[in-house]
Ligand binder design. Structure first.
Ligand code: P6P
Length: 319
């Protein structure tokens, strides 16, 4: 006897209903160009190892400084080493740049990709046990100088918080994977999209002493009932905008408190993710993705978030 139509329909739809729960990162990447898969999986494997280091390693300072003169934690150095080892193993990366190193490093002369990463962004938050992250961008080119964010073929980040998550966009809306006890990355958000909503993540407030336009925008947000969500970690702050699907992250500057966030290691990869989620980015003149990489140390004013909020940022701060 044929099972009733409804039972059969449920049975046949079973895989579709469970799809998000059945898919892991490797399966998700099945249609991605094989060598690009290798780079993405190198960052995913690095994230697993960095996650383990954070939960067990000391938060001691390494006694060294990075190229920006910032104190390095032993964890910063450990995360950097992990990523470079995995990228080297992939065999397809020509050059790799890291916020923790002064120059880009040649890895494989036959490699077709260049990568830039911030191995442990917000590491100064580890000792207070707040969420931190790894940010990465992947270009299909032999070098980064002269490229723009438009040349990115993929970008992503990992969030080391109560859960460990890995977010990736490959010329599509970002997807989120959550690390499982068995070491698998399970698909937990298939498509992250940014709409509109009253949430703001305002960085560099000390700039308001001179930047009165920024102060006026903060007044607007406060007077119009916006939710304040700012942790001091760019990765969880941007992740919140992508998961909640609303809001804006801002980090402008002033003469005595200049904008400090880096184009190649932080702003371009995150702008790629936000714009692929239907949001917008701005350096006050144009999309962050249109800013040419002239040096690895390049810093930029940055706003990332919903279309309307980024437009408002530009309207208030462009005098
Ligand atoms: P502030 C962390 O050091 C970082 O680079 C970003 O992750 C974060 O958004 C920003 O700096 C925080 O800067 O001025 O609030 O300490």
């Amino acid at each position: 006897m044929k099972p009733p139509f409804t039972f059969r329909r449920i049975l046949y739809s079973f895989p579709i209903i469970l799809y998000p729960f059945l898919v892991n990162l490797t399966e998700f990447l099945a249609k991605t160009e094989p060598n690009l898969q290798k780079v993405i999986l190198a960052f995913a494997e690095s994230a697993k190892q960095i996650d383990s280091e954070i939960r067990t390693h000391s938060t001691d300072k390494a006694g060294t400084k990075n190229e920006f003169g910032e104190e390095q934690l032993a964890l910063d150095v450990a995360a950097d080493k992990i990523i470079f080892a995995e990228l080297e193993k992939s065999g397809v990366v020509a050059t790799a740049a890291s916020e923790e190193q002064s120059e880009e490093k040649a890895l494989n002369p036959d490699g077709e990709f260049s990568t830039a990463c911030d191995p442990l962004d917000g590491s100064s938050l580890v000792d207070v046990n707040l969420a931190v992250g790894t940010i990465f961008g992947i270009w299909k080119s032999k070098k980064l100088i002269g490229e723009t964010g438009r040349g990115l073929v993929a970008a992503g980040y990992a969030v080391y918080g109560p859960r460990t998550t890995f977010i990736i966009a490959i010329d599509s809306a970002p997807a989120e994977f959550t690390l499982q006890e068995n070491g698998e990355w399970k698909l937990t958000i298939e498509k992250m999209e940014i709409g509109e909503g009253k949430m703001f993540s305002p960085g560099n407030l000390r700039a308001c002493a001179e930047n009165k336009e920024y102060l006026a925008l903060l007044d607007f947000w406060a007077e119009n009932g916006y939710q304040l969500r700012y942790s001091g970690g760019m990765v969880p702050d941007i992740h919140q905008i992508l998961v909640k699907g609303k809001g804006i992250f801002s980090y402008p500057g002033s003469e005595s408190c200049p904008a400090k966030l880096r184009l190649v290691y932080e702003c371009a990869p995150l702008a790629y993710l936000v714009e692929h989620a239907g949001g917008a980015s701005s350096d006050l003149e144009k999309s962050i993705l249109d800013q040419e990489i002239q040096s690895l140390e390049q810093r930029t004013v940055v706003a990332l978030g919903s279309q309307e909020e980024v437009e408002r940022f530009e309207k208030f701060l462009t005098v």
